[in-house]
Design a protein around this ligand. Structure first.
Ligand code: ADP
Ligand code: ADP
Length: 226
């Protein structure tokens, strides 16, 4: 079973003459350990697709399944609960808490989810290590380079063992060499954790290193070659 599945998903905004048809009948599956790059022009619907996958928005019709759980009939609370327990999100700008260390930033979401301090620290160190920033564990975000900050943000997104990782331009504000390193770190994390990842990016060099590239065309999610 794929971790993430979209079936005949329809999403438009507005109505009548002002209708914006973003997704007509979108289908997509992302398996455990798979990294799918989403490349599409601005306005094509990347944010909409990520929001749908992250259960922040609902389609007008169609089904979205996360780890085999159908969401179309779920109420808001069940959706929020499923999102919190299964989805990790990486932003273009890291949004790390400036007054906390790298370690604390990765520990925090685990405490919020009900984990206790020691295991949360263990998990945080494991992730920081996997992403190559363990030596920076006790540093605050302002003391880290852009690439290090973004790797800490990725560790934070992965802290609660998400089965689906969504990323919107995760290397958008980094120089090319740093982008490469961060992207490779993200990739090894996804492989290691067996998460399903959908990564929106404008960076073709990075997109080529994903397992597959998709785009949005005529309201469909279709394979893409660069
Ligand atoms: P992208 O992320 O690829 O730039 P979006 O998913 O943000 O694209 O937007 C896709 C289309 O849907 C755009 O034409 C945008 O203007 C429109 N759109 C997005 N959100 C809304 C909204 N809340 N109300 C009306 N139109 C919207
Ligand atoms: P904003 O666009 O308001 O600055 P952020 O930078 O905080 O928002 O986040 C970037 C985008 O990621 C936002 O459009 C937000 O709605 C979206 N987002 C945040 N969490 C999730 C999630 N779990 N799944 C899907 N999208 C998400």
């Amino acid at each position: 079973k794929p971790h993430l599945l979209l079936q005949d998903v329809h999403r438009h905004y507005g109505e009548g003459e002002r209708i914006v048809r973003v997704l007509e009948s979108a289908n997509l599956t992302v398996d455990s350990g798979e990294m799918v790059a989403l490349v599409a022009p601005s306005g094509a619907g990347k944010s909409t697709l990520l929001h749908l996958c992250g259960l922040l928005e609902s389609p007008q019709s169609g089904e979205i399944e996360i780890v085999g759980q159908k969401t179309s009939q779920m109420g808001d609370r069940a959706r929020t609960q499923l999102r919190r327990s299964t989805v990790g999100y990486v932003y273009q700008f890291h949004h790390l808490l400036p007054e906390f260390t790298a370690l604390e930033n990765v520990v925090m979401p685990q405490l919020i989810a009900g984990q206790t301090q020691k295991p949360a620290e263990g998990r945080a160190m494991e992730l920081l290590d996997l992403l190559g920033v363990a030596p920076r564990a006790t540093h605050r975000p302002a003391e880290l380079s852009g690439g290090e900050q973004q790797r800490v943000a990725i560790a934070r997104a992965a802290a609660n063992h998400p089965r689906v990782i969504l990323a919107d331009e995760p290397t958008g504000n980094l120089d090319p060499e740093t982008s490469d390193r961060v992207f490779e770190a993200l990739k090894s994390l996804i492989r290691n954790e067996g998460a399903a990842a959908l990564i929106a990016t404008h960076n073709y060099d990075l997109a080529r290193r994903a397992d597959r590239i998709v785009t949005i065309r005529n309201g469909l999610v279709v394979p893409h070659t660069l």
